[in-house]
Design a protein. Structure first.
Length: 144
């Protein structure tokens, strides 16, 4: 019976089987990993290194998505599922930006404005105290 089922399965022209060489995909992922390490180890311009490493990372992500998640072999319905997700992923930060991103953080940190004045006052006081101590010690030495 199973032999007949296989024969019947092969007779469907609309049903194509997908044979993926997972070992080759693993090799591609390993080569991409080595490339990203090499790009990071050699000292190029920082912007060039970022572009190269990110392009290799995107290539690795696409390989995983296409072959291991079988998205390469799915129909166009995956775009129907992806559209609302993309709209939410773009729309949510844009909707929250006026409330959180634009007004939450000040331009200058309070440490810079408040603490800087306190530190300079402390340093001036310390310098005055050190100068006073030196003058008292000098007077004590002269008195002896």
């Amino acid at each position: 019976m199973s032999h007949d089922a296989n024969a019947n399965h092969d007779s469907h022209p609309g049903h194509d089987t997908h044979h993926v060489n997972y070992l080759a995909i693993f090799g591609v992922l390993c080569v991409c990993t080595v490339l990203s390490v090499i790009f990071d180890v050699i000292h190029l311009n920082k912007a060039v290194t970022i572009v190269l490493v990110m392009s290799v990372a995107i290539t690795k992500a696409l390989c995983v998505m296409m072959f291991f998640m079988h998205l390469k072999f799915e129909g166009n319905w995956k775009f129907v599922l992806l559209a609302p997700t993309t709209i939410l992923a773009i729309g949510l930060p844009l909707a929250l930006y006026p409330d959180i991103g634009a007004s939450y953080y000040t331009q200058t940190a309070p440490q810079v404005t408040t603490w800087a004045g306190e530190i300079s006052e402390h340093q001036e006081h310390h310098a005055e105290h050190a100068a006073h101590t030196e003058s008292v010690e000098a007077q004590a030495e002269q008195a002896e």
